[in-house]
Ligand binder design. Structure first.
Ligand code: NAP
Length: 257
């Protein structure tokens, strides 16, 4: 992992799940980390742990990626030694509800669109110009199999993740010849806080999502992200789809009773 030594890796949504696991695997690989999320106390704890375990240098701050002014202000205000971001991992995101579109709470839609689409765009717009200037960089988006398939009750979540697929593909074209790479890692079922958030804290309902099968862990996905980030400069992973072995697609999974 020599190529990641002292590289600056910016991870959004690093306070839990896949983002936190990315912080751990990139710290182990010798990278320096910029971490953000809304629950800043968790970031404080994580950076202390990574410092202790791997000697990792981190810079963390509270950020709601859906707040455009806050994104611009806080990324512009990064201290000089943290400005030259090498890898951006656009991970912050959420699902809210699993309801029929015509019965759904519209506030759920606003949250998902504002975070998964607009938040990803705001952060990307603030970070990528510096990468283009330096003629190097890598944007790795965390999409989903919901960006490839659509399932009932998931119309808006699927729409946001289809947007991530489209943004990834267009941005790759826009950045051609600049030295900046663009990838997306698209997981199936990962057991994180995702379902707890989706079902408003209903832990039983969240647990049932993974009943009878072994889901992916945040670590599985983080290792896929690490693989994308460690290809030689002439090679780019465009899209990586990763699912539990017990899951065939967004609809079909094998569950042991
Ligand atoms: N779990 C799955 O099955 C699965 C499958 C496919 C794709 N994904 C995608 O993977 C990504 C990470 O999800 P996860 O499974 O790791 O869920 P998670 O455990 O709930 O973690 C989500 C992270 O995103 C952050 N976040 C949410 N809204 C934010 C906002 N407005 N501003 C800043 N940070 C925000 C959360 O931090 P704070 O709450 O502290 O802000 C948290 O750190 C998401 O994009 C999700 O759509 C998940």
């Amino acid at each position: 992992m020599e190529q990641l030594k002292n590289k600056i890796v910016f991870i959004t949504g690093a306070s839990a799940g896949i983002g936190k696991a990315c912080a751990e695997v990139f710290a182990k690989a010798g990278a320096k980390l910029i971490l953000c999320a809304r629950r800043v106390e968790r970031l404080e704890k994580l950076t202390a742990e990574l410092k202790e375990k791997f000697g990792t240098e981190s810079y963390f701050f509270k950020l709601d990626v859906s707040n455009r002014a806050e994104v611009e202000e806080k990324i512009n205000a990064l201290p000089g030694e943290w400005k030259a971001i090498d890898i951006l991992i656009n991970n912050a995101g959420l699902g809210k509800g699993l309801n029929k579109l015509y019965e759904d709470n519209i506030d759920n839609w606003e949250k998902m669109i504002n975070t998964n689409v607009k938040g990803l765009l705001y952060v990307t717009r603030s970070v990528v110009p510096g990468m283009v200037e330096r003629k190097r960089g890598h944007v790795i988006n965390i999409g989903s199999i919901a960006g490839h398939e659509a399932y009932g009750g998931g119309s808006v979540y699927c729409a946001t993740k289809h947007s991530v697929t489209a943004i990834t593909r267009s941005l790759r074209i826009d950045l051609l010849g600049t030295g900046v790479r663009v990838s997306t890692v698209d997981p199936g079922m990962v057991e994180t806080e995702f379902s707890i958030v989706r079902f408003d804290g209903d832990e039983k309902r969240a647990k049932d999502v993974y009943k009878g099968l072994e889901p992916l862990t945040g670590r599985d996905v983080a290792e896929a992200v690490l693989f994308c980030a460690t290809r030689p400069p002439h090679a780019n992973i465009n899209e990586m789809v990763i699912m539990p072995s017990a899951q065939a697609n967004a609809f079909i999974a094998h569950r042991e009773s």
